[in-house]
Design a protein. Structure first.
Length: 491
């Protein structure tokens, strides 16, 4: 997809290319499904006669598959045309959605979720790579603001959408509703979409594929086990260690393959300082977002007695604010650069999560709504500039690899955030219960500590934000890691 970049004229300023619009719409539909089952866990337990730990796998398996498949997308996107990548990704996603809708058992539902995730894993790298090719550097902030709607707001809106749908029907409706929407998006996209660039013939190192699957997949799986109790925590630690070891082997293998020019994931992206800083900030931001998405429903439903619909409606304004602000934030980035947005956004994240450490059985719902909205608005102010800045620091031939690494780290961060907050909450509440504290106060104390740990971690984003340049000059395709490509303008 990067061979013919120089042959394609840049999109006109002020207009979002049709191909990007179509990919944003499709990406929103597929990524929404990552968190759409969060509120359906009780329904799944009753309908399929499974435990809560088993039901959580409908989300864990999705993240696990995403983490395992995304590293391969850099190679895949270079070998096929834009239309082919779009057709394959949406076709696989649709097959998984239909399979999930008609699943007669939990095992079949799990298989459907895995197939869904395999299609989803291709869409975000495809969107990011295409955007960086067709949109001129001076207009990327505004366009990336619209992309934020798909890659950040969709997971935030998942629980709200599921709450509304579950009020009208069973958990199967979550998939039945998606099938015609995804089908129409696929058909419309194939009719209107143009190919961007030409595919390149390249080989794939299957050892790298195997090690990446074991490493990133194992890391996500092990982190998910850390959120459970009993012997599985020890198993989780062991799998995390094994996953990290496999990733180390993967890194060594990629460094060796880079000498021949055929790595599965080109680690030369990390030699660009701005991209590395952006990667770190985005990972911590997703950790905070997914961690809060797990804790808030537990607090609102288990401790305050709200229904899934009421919980969804309470968190919906924050998700909508995040989406609506995306284009505005993008325009501000194009005009003023990153720091006036990312620094306040990082501070807002810390303040919002710090505010959640004061949750109680009597906290007014308007305060919960206000803190959640502050968190989502802060993430909007952060994600759009950082996505644009990080990808813009790379030369065009590394776009597909950069977007693949970004997507992989997002899934790992999401799994780590989920495991971290649940583990901290469970450990603290268990300790207090052993000391004779009643169940409700013990659980509330555990939740406060979990929010506190998340807030402490997001302090890192303030430090990273201060190191980011306002802008990055467009990287030269002829340079792999020339420092000139990292020089800030007006910093």
């Amino acid at each position: 997809m990067t061979a013919a970049i120089q042959e394609r004229p840049a999109a006109k300023a002020g207009r979002i290319p049709t191909v990007v619009r179509l990919l944003v719409l499709a990406t929103f539909v597929v990524i929404l499904n990552e968190t759409i089952l969060v509120n359906a866990i009780p329904r799944l337990m009753d309908s399929l006669h499974i435990t809560e730990q088993s039901a959580q796998w409908v989300s864990t398996a999705f993240m696990l598959t995403m983490a395992a498949v995304i590293p391969v997308t850099g190679w895949f996107l270079q070998r096929v045309t834009t239309r082919q990548a779009y057709a394959i990704a949406m076709g696989v996603f649709l097959a998984g959605t239909v399979l999930s809708a008609v699943a007669p058992s939990f095992e079949v539902l799990l298989l459907g979720r895995i197939v869904q995730a395999a299609g989803t894993a291709v869409m975000m790298p495809l969107l990011m790579t295409t955007l960086m090719i067709v949109v001129p550097e001076h207009d990327r902030g505004r366009v990336m603001g619209n992309v934020t709607l798909a890659i950040s707001v969709a997971p935030a809106l998942g629980p709200a959408v599921s709450g509304l749908v579950l009020q009208a029907g069973s958990w199967r409706m979550l998939f039945v509703v998606v099938v015609p929407i995804a089908g129409l998006v696929t058909l419309f996209g194939l009719r209107k979409m143009d190919n961007i660039g030409e595919p390149q013939v390249s080989s794939i190192d299957w050892l790298s594929v195997s090690v990446a699957t074991l490493g990133f997949g194992g890391l996500v799986y092990g982190l998910s086990l850390l959120g459970e109790s009993g012997d599985r925590v020890g198993l989780g630690i062991g799998i995390v260690v094994a996953g990290v070891a496999a990733i180390a082997v993967f890194v060594v293998r990629q460094l060796k393959l880079q000498r021949t020019g055929t790595p599965l994931m080109d680690l030369r992206t990390l030699k660009h300082r701005t991209y590395g800083l952006s990667l770190a900030l985005i990972s911590v931001g997703f950790l905070a977002m997914l961690g809060s998405m797990i804790l808030l429903p537990l607090y609102l439903q288990n401790m305050r007695g709200l229904s899934p619909l009421e919980t969804g409606l309470l968190v919906m304004p924050g998700g909508l604010a995040m989406g609506l602000l995306g284009p505005t934030v993008g325009k501000l980035f194009d005009r003023f650069g990153s720091r006036p947005l990312v620094l306040p956004g990082s501070i807002g994240m810390v303040l919002a999560l710090g505010g959640f450490t004061q949750v109680s059985m009597t906290m007014p719902y308007w305060q919960v709504l206000g803190l959640h909205t502050l968190l989502m608005v802060s993430l909007a102010a952060t994600f759009t500039p950082v996505f644009t800045l990080g990808m813009g620091a790379l030369p065009p031939h590394l776009y597909s690899h950069g977007s693949s690494m970004l997507g992989t780290l997002q899934q790992v961060a999401a799994a780590f955030g989920t495991a971290l907050v649940v583990t901290v909450m469970s450990a603290r509440s268990g300790q207090l219960a052993d000391e004779g504290v009643a169940a409700a106060p013990a659980a509330l104390s555990g939740m406060k500590l979990a929010f506190g740990v998340a807030a402490a971690l997001t302090v890192v984003t303030i430090v990273v934000a201060a190191k980011l340049p306002r802008r990055v000059a467009a990287a030269d395709d002829a340079q792999d890691h020339d420092s000139a490509a990292e020089q800030p303008v007006g910093s």
